[in-house]
Design a protein around this ligand. Structure first.
Ligand code: LLP
Length: 426
């Protein structure tokens, strides 16, 4: 697993022992490696640099739904990244993290009025439009504000991609994108609109796309439609080719980034447009762990449970997508191995991180990590069972910074109110 290293039979992130972090900040906690994020950014940008001509380098817009802590965003901004946002909240995060609005693209099927107007006010690069009513909505708001809106239309390529059906987005039946006819209609409508500039197309087929041919299939839909749109007189200056690059969670064979970059070069570059990409998971997924303490070893006649203090409210991916995450002790990595069901304290059986997982033997009080939790981890956490959200901790070299403190019970409970019409027992 990348993202951390082993020194003296104990897990470290950069130079910092995870046991020291647990002692200082408690568990459960999210811990991220800035260096690993840098490495992934450079791998992706490097693959593009190698395969694409210098004047066709893509604008990498980090899909911040994957991990939206403002420190993580600021770190990616410092590496040169742009930002892909799906809500007004993510726009505010991006602005706080110092992104140039001209490097921000707004996506999503349900853009709300205030989100559109805040994006126009900020002067973002473009809206990726998902429906014709959305196009009309954008024109209405843009003309009322007298601000121009740059838009591209999201093509639904009818390609199956994505590691789980819940995160596949490019099939005809999915709620995402527009088919070819609708895209032509969109360009035609935009021509008549006073405040909309239709500039190109976008595509995004899903997340954790392991059938790498799916990317190629989706890209191959582009040239025809781009040429036909141009023939019809429309300007196509931008192509946003989305995100979806997979990471290793278990022993999957990783997408060959160079092959991917070559497809971009062979299929997209000849169309002679600005190129935008929206990587999320690839940049941050392997850079984070959930650091947790073993509360109990519970043995029944049937099973042996390793009960952690982390739960499905902290990391919901195993419960929601049956996702695999590696699990490891923080120390004594060479202890004899045994099989555990690794579970959290929440009152439902779905609160299970793994079943029958062979791990070095552990005991109550030991520390463990759940790996590859840097993407879609903290940002999908909740307060279920009135469990405080864990802290997020960012490590670089010897530096350890709390970039979000652990919630307190007051944080959760004080904002709730008992109406005065609820009386005492009569
Ligand atoms: N662009 C668009 C329009 C997207 O909808 C997404 C992800 C991305 C880019 C970034 O995709 P990535 O490079 O991270 O694969 N919660 C799920 C993943 C949901 C992905 C949603 N859209 C999970 O935990 O696996």
């Amino acid at each position: 697993m990348s993202g951390y290293n082993i020194k003296n039979d104990a897990l470290h992130i950069d130079n910092v022992a995870l046991s020291d972090i647990a002692a200082e900040y408690g568990t459960p906690a999210y811990v991220y490696s800035a260096q690993e994020i840098t490495n992934q950014y450079e791998r992706l940008a490097g693959a593009m640099k190698k395969a694409l001509p210098a004047d066709r380098q893509p604008l990498l817009c980090y899909a911040c739904k994957a991990n939206s802590n403002v420190a993580v965003l600021a770190h990616l901004r410092s590496l040169g990244s742009g930002l892909e946002i799906v809500s007004e909240g993510e726009l505010h995060r991006g602005i706080k993290a110092g992104f140039d609005p001209q490097k921000i693209v707004s996506t999503g099927v349900g853009k709300q009025a205030s989100e559109i107007s805040e994006c126009l006010k900020a002067g973002i690069h473009q809206f990726n439009v998902e429906s014709l009513p959305e196009l009309v909505h954008i024109q209405k708001i843009a003309s009322a504000m007298d601000k121009p809106a740059n838009v591209v239309f999201r093509l639904n390529p009818d390609v199956t991609g994505g590691g789980h059906h819940k995160i596949s987005t490019g099939r005809k039946r999915d709620k995402f994108g527009l088919n070819r006819e609708r895209i032509f209609e969109g360009f035609e409508m935009a021509k008549e609109m006073s405040h909309v500039n239709a500039l190109g197309l976008s595509i995004h087929i899903g997340s954790q796309v392991f059938t790498v041919e799916a990317f190629k299939q989706a890209f191959e839909k582009m040239p025809d439609i781009v040429n036909d749109l141009r023939e019809a007189g429309y300007k196509i200056d931008r192509l946003d080719i989305g995100g979806g690059f997979p990471i290793i969670y278990d022993d999957e064979k990783l997408l060959n980034l160079d092959a991917y970059a070559q497809w971009v070069n062979d299929i997209i570059v000849p169309l002679d447009t600005e190129i935008i990409m929206e990587p999320g998971r690839y940049l941050v997924g392997n850079a984070g762990v959930v650091l947790s303490e073993v509360l109990y070893i519970k043995e029944t006649q049937e099973r042996k449970f390793l009960v952690l203090d982390a739960a499905m409210n902290d990391l919901i991916r195993p419960t929601l997508y049956d996702a695999y995450h590696g699990i490891a002790p923080v120390e004594n990595l060479d202890a004899p191995r045994t099989k555990y069901d690794v579970v959290g304290p929440i009152c439902e059986t779905g609160d299970t991180f793994s079943t029958d997982r062979e791990l070095p033997q552990m005991k109550a009080g030991d520390l463990a990590v759940i790996q590859s939790a840097g993407a879609y981890g903290f940002c999908m956490a909740s307060n279920y069972n009135t469990r405080p959200m864990p802290p997020e901790i960012f490590v670089k070299g010897d530096n350890v910074s709390v970039i979000r403190p652990r919630q307190t019970y007051n944080d959760i409970i004080d904002i709730e109110a008992i109406p005065d019409w609820i009386g005492q027992k009569e």
